[in-house]
Design a binder for this molecule. Structure first.
Ligand SMILES: Cc1cc2nc3c(=O)[nH]c(=O)nc-3n(C[C@H](O)[C@H](O)[C@H](O)COP(=O)(O)O)c2cc1C
Length: 180
């Protein structure tokens, strides 16, 4: 269930110490959201719990990016991503998200955690044109082909920049952000 609100240009910039945290089950259903998440998204606990994170999906975010995120998780890898999310009033906020697995005592995956912090303006400016192009590519193809083509576009950028994978690319930006 996505928010039915027209996106606006009102940006909320995270504070240096803000951490937006959520926890999901294995299907991605939100089972915990911290106060900062509720405050910045303007969504209450009942509006978040039991929902998928697409409730805060911004239309400027390409589907291919989320495919790469879920592919990483399903391969047992943690995932890093710069994400633009929508607020209840249509405004937006950028985060640098780190998504990791939650395991039980038998090493079985029981869900996922996302910890999101403030990204630098430089990193946002680096990913924005990439996401814009991915959205353009996705709009030119059928839903199934859209993902193939937009992910291929990102893979080509990684190849050109001699990066191993998308996480490698994000880590290079995180170094610039002072996080690594
Ligand atoms: C732990 C976790 C955190 C996530 N955080 C976000 C998020 O902040 N914003 C978002 O749009 N999607 C997030 N996602 C991805 C969503 O599950 C979903 O793939 C995405 O919103 C696209 O949904 P849609 O294809 O149904 O539109 C997260 C997924 C997981 C597992």
């Amino acid at each position: 269930m996505k928010l039915k609100v027209a996106p606006t240009s009102r940006e909320t910039v995270l504070g240096e110490d803000d951490l937006i945290i959520s926890k999901t089950d294995t299907t991605g259903k939100i089972i915990y959201a911290n106060r900062t998440f509720m405050k910045i998204s303007q969504l209450s606990e009942p509006e978040l719990l039991g929902k998928q994170h697409n409730v805060i999906r911004h239309p400027d975010m390409p589907r291919g990016l989320f495919k790469m995120l879920w592919d990483d998780l399903q391969q047992g890898k943690e995932s890093f991503a710069y994400v633009k999310n929508i607020c209840k009033d249509g405004g937006f906020y950028w985060v640098l998200a780190n998504i990791t697995h939650d395991y039980d005592l038998n090493d079985k995956v029981t869900g996922y955690y996302s910890v999101r912090r403030k990204p630098s303006r430089a990193s946002i400016e680096t990913v924005t044109p990439i996401y814009r192009k991915m959205c353009e590519i996705e709009a030119q193809h059928s839903p199934k082909q859209a993902l193939v083509h937009s992910v291929a576009y990102v893979q080509q950028i990684l190849k050109d920049q001699q990066m191993r994978d998308y996480n490698d690319f994000i880590c290079s930006l995180m170094k610039g952000d002072g996080y690594l």
